[in-house]
Design a protein. Sequence first.
Length: 224
Amino acid sequence: MSTSGYKDIARNGIWKQNTSIVQLLGLCPLLAVSTGFVNGVSLAIATIFVMALASGVVASVRGFIPHEIRIPVFILIIASLVTVVDLAMNAWLHELYLVLGIFIPLIVVNCIVLARVEAFAAKNTPLVAAWDGAMMGVGMVVAIAVLGGLREFIGTGMLFSGIEMVIPGTRALQLLPEDYPGFLVTILPPGAFIVLGFMIAGRNWLDARAARRARLSAAAQAAA
């Protein structure tokens, strides 16, 4: 595949086919874990690891998997990688592991992972499939970072709460005065839906503006 092909895959994963704000897949972990920037991004990075490796492995062995049992085999591959992530986080990031809890093993049934493995990895070469899985994961990281960051900032006036669980010796940033009362609804479940709705609306507005500019530019060139 050419360089432009890899760029198209990256653009699709991060923006055009973003799994969180376009396809609206995997909303359960997206909304539940995005109460803060650190929690959300940590889970999304773990998902990148699983998606990239699972896609590469599936693309490598697809010729040996009978069509009738492909889904159970795909799930077995994903579950094996999630087990590695689960044990690694328990060993090296134990405090964060306790915070994320059940959402780490639930990566196995995240429809983002299985859907991409089935739709793309099973039909492409290992390198291309791994790149696609990684870029789809990066798109999730971007979405959950913005969502978690906005919810944490508006809800508490802080950012990077819990960063000491990942990088010992660091601490969260207090961006608003310490007497800021907070906006509780933002860090509650309704706030997740409200902020995500604004994110989706903002993305659609940007796309509509870009399309309008493209039409005006094409019309101007045709008139010239």
